[in-house]
Design a protein around this ligand. Structure first.
Ligand code: ADP
Ligand code: MG
Length: 483
């Protein structure tokens, strides 16, 4: 799915309210497990049945969305239809009528939050595509261009690798959006900590949901570089980085020519941190050796540097490389910084389970994953220009100045309704009003569901949407399913 930020500008407050309600509905499912200890046995069984069912499918029932969004004049059905048209939600009526966020919907929520925070005001072209991410240029009010990385865990490429593995043990179901959010949080936390310890990494600007904003590296991935003035120096710098990381208690785990950027002055910057592990990891030595091996191999092949590892003689090989055991490692050195960024041990456990292949994908259609894949367009690094002059600002109802988001191709006309972009992350301070009101609605919806009153209030909204012809959910299901 292409990230067309033009659509974002034409989404109304209600659109975002409902989109946020879908996200909250999905989070509800996770939150439920937190409350289990406080529920009586009979409720536990009831709720377990309902929520395990939801948890496995990650589909939020339409009526729950209606309750959470609780639009003043009804209209959830119409809004959902619009969101569906723009592929921001996915409709599923296979087991019950419901919706879930798509990556595009999640993108929009994250982008809107970033815009509200003033992190950036414009989104430009796509500059990179990784195994599990898309990278775009973004620009702030001053015209500073940065990089925005949208994590996309669960891509086909990754799944292809996973399907080759035999990881059937301890399988658990995780939501791809949740995992992508963890990957982003981890990347942000590590980038910040590494920067503070003087490592050459991009400057970590901000993080929300599955989105990380960082400084733009004016360089090229090493894999694209055919010639270097000083290959030996660059090689030594890179190997030195692996060693210094280990001294700080960390192993990159994906340290290769794709994740090392190099500029015209042959300055090295390392990127891509979601898979980093501690030196105390049970496979630390293997990961360390693999990182070292990648660099030796690449420099040997690409720049004809001759190392002893080029021969097949293992003894020679060992004598020429940094050895994991001889490095003085400081485990837990960065723990404080990581915790400060909100990245917890549980987050780490969850994401490691996925990276190490212990996670079973959830019920997301292949079509959608595949279509979200590969529609990327890397145009290289020649033109980093974002047309700032085209970015217009205007005032919303509250008198705040809001910049239009735009892609280079779009015009400057702004949709007044898209001005109040907001976030719903519980730990965010922005848009607290919307978060509060939706949280209240969510509590009410949960309470009503417990009492079994859910049909009435939902049908009220739907009744209005459909011109008063029907308030019956099954009819809505039919209509939604036929889109
Ligand atoms: P993945 O985790 O999916 O492998 P990466 O973080 O490695 O994603 O990024 C993929 C590509 O995007 C990189 O190879 C690089 O070309 C580009 N890229 C990533 N971060 C930046 C950045 N901060 N500045 C410039 N380009 C970047
Ligand atoms: Mg990468």
């Amino acid at each position: 799915m292409k990230l067309d930020v033009d659509v974002l500008r034409y989404l109304s407050k209600d659109d975002f309210r409902v989109l946020t309600a879908v996200e909250m509905g999905m989070r509800n499912v996770n939150l439920f497990f937190v409350f289990i200890p406080f529920l009586k046995l009979i409720f536990i069984i009831n709720f377990l049945l309902i929520f395990i069912f939801l948890f496995q499918h990650e589909i939020v029932p339409s009526d729950l969305i209606g309750r959470i969004a609780s639009l003043k004049h009804g209209g959830t059905y119409k809004v959902l239809k619009n969101l569906l048209k723009h592929k921001l939600v996915h409709h599923d009526s296979s087991k019950y009528d419901g919706f879930r966020l798509t990556y595009l919907g999640y993108d929009f929520l994250a982008i809107k939050t970033m815009v509200n925070r003033g992190v950036f005001t414009a989104v430009g072209r796509q500059i990179g595509v990784g195994k599990e991410s898309d990278i775009f240029e973004v620009s702030n009010e001053d015209g500073t261009v940065m990089a925005m990385k949208l994590h996309r865990l669960g891509r086909t490429s990754f799944r292809a690798v996973k399907s080759k593995r035999d990881y059937l043990r301890h399988r658990s179901s995780f939501n791809w959006l949740y995992l992508s959010r963890l990957a982003a949080l981890k990347e942000f936390a590590f980038m910040k900590a590494l920067e503070e310890h003087g490592f050459p990494v991009p400057n970590a600007v901000d993080c929300n949901r599955h989105c990380v904003v960082m400084s733009l590296i004016q360089g090229y991935p090493l894999v694209q570089v055919k010639q270097l003035q000083n290959p030996e120096t660059v090689f030594e710098t890179i190997i030195g980085l692996v060693v210094r990381l280990a001294e700080h208690g960390l192993i990159h785990c994906d340290f290769n020519e794709f994740n090392i950027m190099i500029d015209d002055d042959e300055k090295v910057t390392m990127i891509d941190f979601p898979q980093m592990v501690s030196v105390s990891h049970r496979n630390a030595q293997m990961y360390f050796d693999r990182d070292i091996e990648c660099i030796f191999k690449f420099f040997g092949k690409r720049f004809n540097l001759s190392f002893e590892e080029c021969s097949d003689d293992i003894d020679d090989d060992e004598s020429s490389r940094p050895s994991f055991s001889s490095i003085t490692k400081t485990s837990g050195f960065l723990d404080k910084e990581l915790a400060a960024s909100g990245f917890t041990r549980k987050d780490e456990d969850d994401i490691r389970k996925f990276i190490e292949g212990d996670v079973e994908e959830d019920d997301v259609s292949d079509d959608e994953h595949d279509s979200e894949l590969c529609q990327t367009n890397i145009k290289g690094f020649d033109s980093l220009y974002l047309d700032q002059e085209e970015s217009t600002s205007r005032c919303n109802e509250e008198g705040q100045v809001v910049e239009n988001l735009q892609s280079p191709e779009v015009d400057q006309s702004g949709d007044p309704e898209s001005q109040n972009l907001s976030s719903n992350e519980g730990d965010e301070n922005d848009d607290t009003e919307l978060v509060k009101s939706l949280a209240k609605q969510r509590r009410r919806a949960m309470a009503a569901a417990r009492k079994g009153h859910h049909k009435n209030s939902t049908s009220r909204n739907y009744y209005k949407d459909k011109g008063g012809k029907s308030s019956n959910n099954s009819k809505i299901q039919k209509q939604l399913a036929s889109w």
